[in-house]
Design a protein around this ligand. Structure first.
Ligand code: SF4
Length: 569
C-alpha cells in the first residue's frame, strides 16, 4: 500500500472511482512503519497479503464491497477473471468484468436514478445488468421489485449491512422487497447442519429488521419452507441441463445432486418476485455471483412462449446478419428493394463481414422484397396461445410455420402483446431480471475481508469495544512517518479505514466522506486520530445496531417464518 500514486486528485469523485487506473490494493504489500515523530501517528504494522477465499455467498454478501477510489487497472495476473459463486471471491480488475462478461458500468445509468443511494453515488455499486428499467420504474412510480438473500453460514457482518441497505433502499423507493435465506444452499453446498443454519438465520433476520427492512410491506422467506419457490425451481430445472451447469459452474461427476438442485432453487429465487406479475426486478449481488444472473436471465427467456425480433424478409437472420441487411436497406433507400439487391450491395461494400452466412440467405430469397417487420417466434406456446396471438395482432400480418410477421407494430408494442397473450394462457411472462454489483471490501488487516479471519472484518454481533479495537488495529494507507504523511499526504485510495468511512461510517453524509479524503491526501489528517474517530463511530454504530436488534426480537417472533427448521442432517 505504499506504492506511488497520483495524489493530485483529492476528491473521491466517480471519475476517480472508475477511471483512475491505479493499482488495486489487495496485492501483497508491507504497510505501516514505526512512528518517527508526532504522537498521533499510528500507521499500523501489518504485512498485508491477499487472503484465499474461504467462502462466498450467492447473494454477494460475504465478500462485500471494494473501495470507491481504486478501480485496479493493472493488477498482475488479472488477464482472465473467473467468477465462481462458491470459489474465490476476489476481483483484481473490475473493468475486465465489463469486457469479459458484459457487466455495464453503473456510471452509465446513474443519471437516470432519481434518488441514488450513497453506495451508488460513491461507486461501491460499480456495475449493473439492465438497471435502466428499474431506474425508469422508480422515476415513473411503476411496479418493480428487489430481491437478495444470504447463505446462513456465519454471523452477519458489515458487508451484509451494505447489501441489506440496498434492499431497504429499493423498498423505500417503492419496490416490492424480498429477503430470502438460502438455507438449502448452505446445507447442500457448504454442508452446514440445520441447527447451525437455524442459528445464523435468526441472527441475519434480526439485523435485516434492525437495518430497516419493512416486513409488513416486504416478504422474508427461507428456501426450505417455500413450496411455491420449490415448484418454480422444479419447472425451471426442466429448462436446464448438466452440461450448462458444468460450463457455468465447473460441476463434475463428484458434484452432489442437492448442490445442482440448489442452483435451480436460486434461479427460482431470482424470478420469484415475478410469480404473480411480471415486473422489472433487481438483484443486488457481488460480481462473483454473476454466473447466477446470466443463467437466470437465460432461463427467464427460455420459459417465454414467444420471442420477438426484428426481421426483414421471410427467412431467419441472426442479430449480426440483421445489422448487415439493415445497412443495405438504408443505403439503397428504394421502396422496391429486393433481397438480391441487398446481396449485391453487401458484396460490394461489406465483403469481409457479409462473406459467410447472410449472402446465401439473401441470394436464396432472390426477388423477395425487403420490408422491415417485427417477428413473433413460437417458442413454447401451446397451439391455442399461438392462435390467440395471431388473432390479437391488428393490422397487416403474415403467418408462417412457427412465426408470425407483423408490419404495423413496433417492437415494444409487440413485446407487450406477446406477454399479454402468454399470461392469458398460463405462462409466466418473465422479464429478464436486472442486477447491480457491489465491490469487494478490503479486510481490516489488508487483503480480502474474510469471515474466517475475525480481525479482518467486523461482525454486526461484535461487542462495540471489540469493534473499536479492530478499527484501531486496522492497517492503513498511511506513510512511513507522520512527517512524510504531512508532506505527501496519506493514501486514502488504498486505506481500509477510508473504506469504512465511505461505505459505512459517513452514512449519507457525502461532505464528511469527502472531508476525510481531502484531509488525508492533503496531509492534514494523520492515521492515529483518523482511526480513533473511525473506531468511535464504529463502536457507536454497533451499540445502536445491537439495541435495534433486541427491539426487533418480538417483531421477528410475530413473522410467518420458522426459525427452527424441521429438516434434519
Ligand atoms: Fe490514515 Fe485515515 Fe488517511 Fe487512512 S484515511 S491513510 S487512516 S489518515
Amino acid at each position: 500500500m505504499n506504492d506511488d500514486h497520483d495524489e493530485g486528485e483529492s476528491l473521491p469523485s466517480r471519475e476517480n472511482v472508475l477511471s483512475d487506473g491505479s493499482e488495486w490494493s489487495g496485492s501483497d504489500h508491507e504497510v505501516g512503519r514505526t512512528p518517527s515523530d508526532g504522537s498521533e501517528w499510528s500507521g499500523s504494522d501489518h504485512e498485508v497479503g491477499r487472503t484465499p477465499s474461504d467462502e462466498s455467498e450467492w447473494s454477494g454478501s460475504d465478500h462485500e464491497t471494494g473501495r470507491a477510489m481504486a478501480d485496479g487497472g493493472s493488477a498482475a495476473g488479472a488477464d482472465d477473471v473467473t467468477l465462481d459463486p462458491w470459489g474465490s471471491a476476489s476481483v483484481d480488475d473490475y473493468r475486465k468484468l465489463f469486457e469479459q462478461f458484459g457487466i455495464e458500468a453503473f456510471d452509465d445509468v446513474l443519471p437516470q436514478v432519481p434518488n441514488p443511494h450513497y453506495l451508488m453515488r460513491r461507486g461501491v455499486v460499480f456495475g449493473h445488468r439492465d438497471y435502466g428499467p428499474i431506474a425508469d420504474a422508480m422515476a415513473n412510480d411503476d411496479p418493480f421489485a428487489v430481491l437478495s438473500g444470504w447463505m446462513p453460514t456465519g454471523d452477519p457482518h458489515i458487508g451484509h449491512k451494505l447489501m441489506i441497505e440496498e434492499i431497504v433502499y429499493h423498498q423505500q423507493q417503492g419496490g416490492d422487497a424480498y429477503a430470502l435465506v438460502a438455507d438449502l444452499e448452505a446445507n447442500s453446498a457448504r454442508g452446514l447442519s440445520w441447527a447451525e443454519i437455524d442459528r445464523h438465520t435468526e441472527e441475519y433476520l434480526l439485523s435485516l429488521l434492525a437495518l430497516g427492512f419493512d416486513p409488513e410491506e416486504g416478504e422474508i422467506y427461507r428456501q426450505s419452507g417455500n413450496e411455491r419457490l420449490q415448484n418454480l425451481a422444479f419447472e425451471l430445472g426442466a429448462e436446464a441441463n448438466f452440461s450448462e451447469m458444468q460450463a457455468l459452474y465447473g460441476f463434475d461427476g463428484e458434484t452432489n445432486i442437492s448442490h445442482m438442485q440448489s442452483v435451480v432453487t436460486q434461479m427460482a429465487d431470482i424470478l420469484y418476485p415475478q410469480l404473480d406479475e411480471p415486473k422489472p426486478t433487481v438483484i443486488p449481488v457481488g460480481p462473483d455471483q454473476d454466473p447466477h444472473m446470466r443463467f437466470a436471465r437465460d432461463l427467464a427467456d427460455r420459459t417465454r412462449y414467444f420471442g420477438v425480433t426484428e426481421a426483414y424478409a421471410s427467412f431467419e437472420a441472426d442479430p449480426a446478419e440483421r445489422v448487415l441487411i439493415r445497412a443495405a436497406y438504408d443505403a439503397i433507400d428504394d421502396d422496391d428493394i429486393r433481397c438480391e439487391d441487398a446481396a449485391d450491395y453487401l458484396r460490394e461494400h461489406h465483403a469481409d463481414e457479409a462473406g459467410t452466412s447472410v449472402l446465401p440467405k439473401l441470394d436464396n430469397a432472390g426477388k423477395e422484397p425487403i420490408r422491415p417487420r417485427v417477428r413473433f417466434l413460437d417458442r413454447n406456446a401451446t397451439d391455442e396461445a399461438f392462435e390467440a396471438l395471431i388473432d390479437a395482432i391488428d393490422g397487416e400480418k403474415r403467418v408462417f410455420e412457427g412465426h408470425v410477421d407483423t408490419f404495423d407494430l413496433d417492437a415494444d408494442a409487440a413485446e407487450e402483446l406477446a406477454r399479454e397473450v402468454e399470461l392469458g394462457h398460463g405462462g409466466y411472462g418473465f422479464i429478464a431480471p436486472s442486477s447491480i454489483y457491489n465491490r469487494f471490501m478490503t479486510g481490516l488487516t489488508g487483503g480480502k475481508m474474510s469471515s474466517s479471519i475475525p480481525a479482518s472484518h467486523i461482525s454486526l454481533l461484535d461487542d462495540p469495544e471489540d469493534g473499536y479495537d479492530k478499527v484501531k488495529s486496522a492497517t492503513t494507507g498511511g506513510r512511513t512517518s507522520a512527517k512524510e504523511q504531512r508532506e505527501l499526504g496519506g493514501k486514502a485510495d488504498e486505506c481500509p479505514v477510508y473504506e469504512l468511512y465511505t461505505y459505512l461510517l459517513a452514512g449519507e453524509d457525502d461532505e464528511f466522506a469527502t472531508e476525510v479524503y481531502e484531509e488525508c491526501v492533503g496531509g492534514e489528517r494523520l492515521c492515529g486520530g483518523c482511526k480513533e474517530q473511525a473506531a468511535e463511530l464504529m463502536a457507536e454504530f454497533l451499540e445502536d445496531h445491537q439495541e435495534k436488534r433486541e427491539e426487533m426480537r418480538p417483531v421477528l417472533e410475530e413473522l410467518d417464518i420458522d426459525i427452527e427448521s424441521p429438516w434434519r442432517r
